[in-house]
Design a protein around this ligand. Structure first.
Ligand code: SF4
Length: 259
């Protein structure tokens, strides 16, 4: 294994972004939809999440108020397609209770907390691990925090950039250190990705533009947002758990020779 260098991560970003353009993560119409999606996507595919979100939307319950007033049994039925529906229904209820008790039921007030403070609060909730907390923070609240998922870990491990079993926090810090200069922090001369993001090709793991994906945000948040989406594209299309399609993958040129 080699020590991961921030410039390697930046090179991956530029290669993927210039190949696929903006990914339009997270596909959602509202901040609460991001929160709900972050819970629902645990241990299931996004296709199943979309079905559950559609049911909630059709019932006009895809909101803080909607979840608050819906009995848990009804909620379970509506989100059944997302799997683990009993657990997820209770977790959504827990989130709304937390929002009511700590932040007066206001997502605006909740997201106005300093990143680390809010992250600690979210991580203390039942059913929220680092990936879910950081998805909510980054995509729902535009907090500058990188989301590490299984795809990210897989690519880095296969490229010998992290040791097997590297911690979530270690990987998150690596990406935040590497990508922050792309937003003009730290003196890197790379162009700000928000400015470069005019190329829009439906590739990678891209979604159609949505209200949340096109919302105004800082360049740093934008680059964290894009990199996560781009790595999902690599994982879904080329770097699968049981199969690697390196010959077609945009990151092939970075693959260590001994792999
Ligand atoms: S598919 Fe191959 S080249 Fe692409 S990220 Fe995975 S290991 Fe690297």
């Amino acid at each position: 294994m080699t020590d991961p260098r921030p410039d390697q991560i930046r090179a991956y970003y530029h290669t993927l972004f210039s190949t696929w353009g903006r990914q339009h993560w997270w596909p959602a119409h509202s901040r609460f939809e991001v929160v709900a999606g972050a819970y629902l996507t645990q241990n299931t595919s996004w296709t199943n999440v979309e079905l559950a979100l559609r049911s909630l939307r059709a019932a006009k319950l895809l909101s803080v108020a909607g979840i608050r007033r819906t009995p848990v049994r009804k909620l379970e039925k509506l989100i059944r397609s997302a799997g683990y529906f009993r657990q997820k229904a209770r977790r959504l209820k827990t989130f709304v209770r937390f929002l009511d008790e700590r932040h007066g039921g206001s997502l605006t007030r909740m997201f106005a907390q300093p990143t680390e403070k809010l992250r600690r609060e979210l991580l203390a909730l039942n059913g929220i691990g680092p990936e879910t907390a950081d998805s909510i923070l980054l995509y729902g609240g535009n907090h500058p925090i990188f989301v590490v998922d299984a795809y990210t870990r897989r690519v880095l491990e296969r490229h010998h950039m992290i040791a097997p079993g590297a911690s979530y926090e270690e990987i998150r810090e690596l990406f935040e250190l590497a990508l922050s200069p792309l937003a003009g922090e730290g003196g890197d001369s790379q162009p700000a990705p928000a400015a470069a993001a005019t190329i829009s090709r439906p590739r990678g793991s891209s979604h159609s533009p949505s209200r949340m994906s096109t919302a105004e945000r800082t360049a740093r948040v934008q680059v964290f947002n894009e990199m996560h989406g781009l790595l999902v594209g690599v994982g879904k299309n080329f770097c699968q758990k049981s199969q690697m399609r390196c010959e077609l993958c945009p990151l092939q040129k970075y693959l260590p020779e001994e792999s």
